[in-house]
Write a protein that binds this ligand. Structure first.
Ligand SMILES: Cc1ncc(COP(=O)(O)O)c(C=O)c1O
Length: 395
């Protein structure tokens, strides 16, 4: 990766970093975009003496350029790119051993919880889900002598709780545990967990970084050389790499990440403010609203509030269904972070795998709708939500 990192990206603003960090023109032809090295293997001049790569599970120039770019945008020394967000999560879990305890924030993406509960709990790793939006003492109390990792999202999915990354990193480190932050919702543009003390940052590249709802991918970013070597070995040994074409598409996506994020957050703010004053919505959750319970923490650790807004419709499941089906600009779909606005119903869609009792305790109720606010015209989005809510709730 180092040969691509010949710029000092630490001195750049975010939009310059997105366009230039980690990438360089192709040294053979000068192609400004990194070519798609669609190859599984590489010819070697002598046995066991590859030129620079031997096999694409272990390394590929397009993936390496992507990793340089990902490291640049997250301000990390290393980035490792995976075939999906969950493949990146899984690589971290493979660092744990039977008997280890992993403390997880209670409001995590349903698929992350499913991976922990339904797959890795059977391997003797103990996953404990707790509300980590509490005080330092509460978090200290949740840590056990065998806590190896603390796993958090901030903002969380789907309730957009904001967790104090710096404080949790301190508590974890005092106990000898490592903190991993899923930074998918904030994106590298609005939050830098490594600078707040996190040991590893994880992203679903499928979301804001990909940004166009056309690829599945994941990444880990970190500064620690030893940890990087272990994770790279896990990836090489277990094989969860992404394809060269997907790496190329991601490289292309990252060029516009900073300007897309500005548009997402501008629109999300307008949508959140507009819905707040409508009687059809009981609650509007957005970290950028001053009434958000962790607004002060959000302001402290985020440079923007991103594009996710969760709302509770003042109606029952049938009315919520009618609302979602009546949207014309928003699409009813899982996922988030693409240029197009999406509406998701966590209870029956992304978080259907959360145990029902926990779902109820968290407040993932039938009337909760998670909006991924896209980059369309803000007024068109507000008008769409208004017409669908009025139609769904008319008696
Ligand atoms: C916050 C968060 N983390 C991780 C994932 C998993 O990523 P992927 O779907 O790319 O495997 C998702 C997917 O929805 C997510 O929203």
């Amino acid at each position: 990766m180092s040969e691509h990192n010949h710029h000092d990206a630490t001195l750049w603003g975010a939009s310059t970093t997105c366009v230039h960090a980690g990438v360089a023109p192709d040294p053979v032809h000068g192609a400004i975009m990194t070519p798609i090295f669609q190859t599984s293997t590489y010819v070697q001049p002598a046995p066991g003496q590859p030129i620079s790569y031997d096999y694409s599970r272990g390394g590929n120039p397009t993936r390496e350029a992507l990793e340089g770019s990902l490291a640049g945008i997250e301000g990390a020394k290393h980035a490792i790119s995976f075939g999906s967000g969950l493949a990146a999560v899984q690589a971290v879990v493979q660092l744990a051993r039977p008997g280890d305890h992993v403390l997880v924030c209670d409001d995590v993406y349903g698929g992350t919880g499913r991976l922990f509960r339904r797959l890795y709990a059977d391997y003797g790793i103990e996953f404990e889900f707790k509300d980590l939006a509490g005080t330092q003492d509460e978090i200290k109390a949740a840590i056990k002598p065998n806590t190896r990792f603390v796993w958090i999202e901030s903002p969380t999915n789907p309730l957009l709780k904001v967790l104090d990354i710096e404080m949790i990193a301190d508590v974890a480190h005092q106990a000898g545990a490592k903190l991993i932050v899923d930074n998918t919702f904030a994106s590298p543009i609005f939050q830098s967990p490594l600078k707040l003390g996190a040991d590893i940052v994880m992203h679903s590249l499928t979301k804001y970084i990909g940004g166009h709802s056309d690829i599945i991918g994941g990444a880990l970013m970190l500064n620690d050389d030893e940890l990087e070597e272990k994770l790279r070995f896990i990836q090489f040994a277990a094989g969860a790499v992404n394809a060269p074409l997907d790496c190329f598409l991601l490289l292309r996506s990252i060029k516009t990440l900073a300007i897309r994020m500005e548009a997402h957050q501008r629109n999300a703010f307008k949508v959140a403010e507009a819905l707040q004053s409508m009687e059809q919505f009981n609650e509007v959750i957005y970290p950028g609203l001053s009434k958000h319970p962790q607004y002060d923490i959000a302001k402290k650790q985020m440079s923007g509030f991103s594009g996710m807004v969760s709302v509770r419709l003042n109606g029952d499941f049938q009315q919520v269904t009618r609302f979602m089906q009546s949207l014309k600009v928003f699409s009813l779909a899982e996922s988030l972070g693409g240029v197009e606005s999406l509406a998701n119903h966590p209870e029956t869609m992304t978080h259907a795998s959360v145990p029902p009792a926990l779902r109820e305790q968290l407040g993932i109720s039938a009337n909760l709708v998670r909006l991924s606010v896209g980059i369309e015209n803000a007024q068109d989005l507000i008008d769409d939500l208004k017409q669908a809510a009025s139609f769904a709730l008319k008696s």
